[in-house]
Design a protein around this ligand. Structure first.
Ligand code: ADP
Length: 471
């Protein structure tokens, strides 16, 4: 029986291994983590990751061929294939702060693999045991080389290791669906007999449920590593491209939705990820663009690094110009004024506020002295305060948030914000009542008829805004 162990029971490792266990009943899967509370949560009825369908998958396999454990060493030592799925955030301090990925967790996982595996270097039959180590975390290109060096330094003589890159591409909010039916599974390895055999071992696992033509397994290790950060960088770049156009639209009277439709209508460009808004967010897009830029810088291609950094710079510009627009529209000051914020999650369908542009907008408004009240259908009061600031107020619904407010900002594209009774919202607000739509979800024409002053990203400006203010 093949044994798989995954180091890191996070947003990626947990769902990915649960689906793997579901689809491969003959494989024993252990997910391990240094965080005992994470493991306890995975073993409880309240999973630490909220994804549609995930509870059912975990319930079907936990106790059968899926386990969650804090006994990292034992499960790593037993495994034939070890997935490494730990966090690789952008460094907060030290060399490369704000630019380079922090590989401390990743290195500690590599050391765990090396020492646990070395302690059980002989298989039951007494032959030299080999382990396939799979990078699942997003890592800078050529990280596998460092992994190999750590493994060799810790007893590679007694035990054979082969490092394979198999990055995860699922989207938050649709993780289970994406994992069950992926667009592609990418597996990169060394072009040697041992490398090809390690890739085959991982390929055989996915072949239990993924059609052959979707498994890309002839890629080099470096291409696979680079593909993950490049894929996220391309997504971020599309958002920044359309957002850069949105700023020009506001300055010239063009409408970004019309432009995006015309541009995306060209099959070579495609129409996905072309919605203008207050900026991209989430735990990985910015991290991966910065990781790519840093790799360019370190590899001596400074111009390419600068190109990718501009993707992040435009995103920062989009958030700060939104805050400036709110302040300038409301007579240049929000000090002491109540501002309602609808939506804190970085996209609809998730309760995740990591890297969310809404968080930065809230902080910007608080910085200018506004009294901010937020409402998000999936973000708890505790999480909102922790994510933004202790002094943010949290409402139970959109109407309560808007009650008595001078301005209302829509920052996540939840469907319920399209369907609000805006007449009721208007009645509860101060005059003039401002709506700042950071996601283009409201019907601006209708709201103007009701008496709102409306700003929508990339749309022709309301008379009030174009006369009274300059952004
Ligand atoms: P991701 O979104 O990439 O899955 P998370 O932060 O959700 O990232 O999860 C990463 C998990 O990896 C965390 O639960 C963390 O405790 C765990 N982890 C980090 N380093 C190690 C390690 N050396 N051994 C075991 N688990 C680790």
């Amino acid at each position: 029986m093949v044994k798989i162990c995954c180091i890191g029971a996070g947003y990626v490792g947990g769902p990915a291994m649960a689906v793997l266990a579901l689809k491969c009943p003959a494989i024993e899967v252990a997910v391990v983590d240094v965080s005992r509370s994470r493991i306890d949560a995975w073993n409880s009825d309240r999973l630490p990751v909220l994804e549609p369908g995930l509870d059912a998958v975990v319930r079907a396999c936990r106790g059968r061929n899926l386990s969650f454990s804090a006994d990292v060493d034992r499960h790593v030592a037993d495994a034939d294939i070890v997935f490494v799925s730990v966090n690789t955030p952008t460094k907060a301090s030290g060399i490369g702060a704000g630019r380079a990925p922090d590989l401390a967790y990743w290195e500690s996982a590599a050391r765990v693999v090396a020492s646990a595996a070395a302690s059980s270097s002989r298989s039951r039959s007494g032959t030299k045991k080999s382990t396939v180590v799979v990078e699942k975390s997003a890592v800078p290109v050529r990280t596998a080389e460092a992994m190999e060096r750590i493994l060799v330094a810790h007893g590679g003589e007694e035990r054979a290791f082969e490092v394979v890159s198999n990055p995860e591409f699922f989207s938050e909010g649709t993780a289970v669906r994406d994992l069950l039916c992926p667009d592609r599974v990418l597996i990169g390895g060394r072009d040697t007999d041992a490398g090809r055999s390690a890739v085959r071992a991982v390929r055989d696992v996915y072949a239990h449920w993924v059609p052959e033509d979707r498994i890309l397994s002839t890629t080099s290790l470096w291409s696979a590593e680079l593909s993950k950060v490049a894929a996220n960088a391309f997504l971020a770049q599309r958002v920044s491209s359309v957002n850069a156009i949105s700023a020009l639209c506001e300055a010239t009277g063009a409408d970004v939705s019309d432009v995006a439709r015309a541009v995306g209508g060209d099959g070579r460009v495609g129409d996905g990820f072309l919605s203008a808004g207050v900026g991209f967010g989430g735990p990985s897009l910015q991290r991966d663009v910065l990781c790519l830029a840093y790799a360019c810088e370190r590899s001596g291609v400074a111009e390419a690094a600068e190109y990718w950094r501009q993707v992040v710079a435009v995103n920062e510009y989009q958030k700060s110009r939104f805050v400036r627009r709110v302040v300038s529209s409301m007579f240049g000051t929000v000090a002491g004024k109540k501002v309602a914020v609808l939506g804190l999650a970085f996209k609809k369908g998730v309760g995740d506020t990591r890297g969310s542009p809404a968080v930065d907008v809230c902080r910007g408004l608080l910085g200018d002295g506004a009294r901010v009240t937020v409402y998000d259908p999936m973000v708890s009061e505790k999480q909102a305060r922790k994510g933004v600031a202790a002094r943010v107020q949290v409402a139970r619904d959109a109407y309560e948030a808007a009650q008595g407010a001078h301005g209302l900002c829509v920052l996540t594209e939840w469907d319920e914000f399209r369907a609000l009774d805006y007449r009721r919202v208007f009645d509860g607000m101060q005059r003039p009542a401002f709506v700042f739509d950071g996601r283009n979800v409201v019907d601006a024409g209708k709201l103007r008829e009701m008496g709102f002053v409306v700003y929508a990203v990339g749309k022709p400006l309301d008379d009030w805004l174009s006369k009274g203010t300059r952004n």
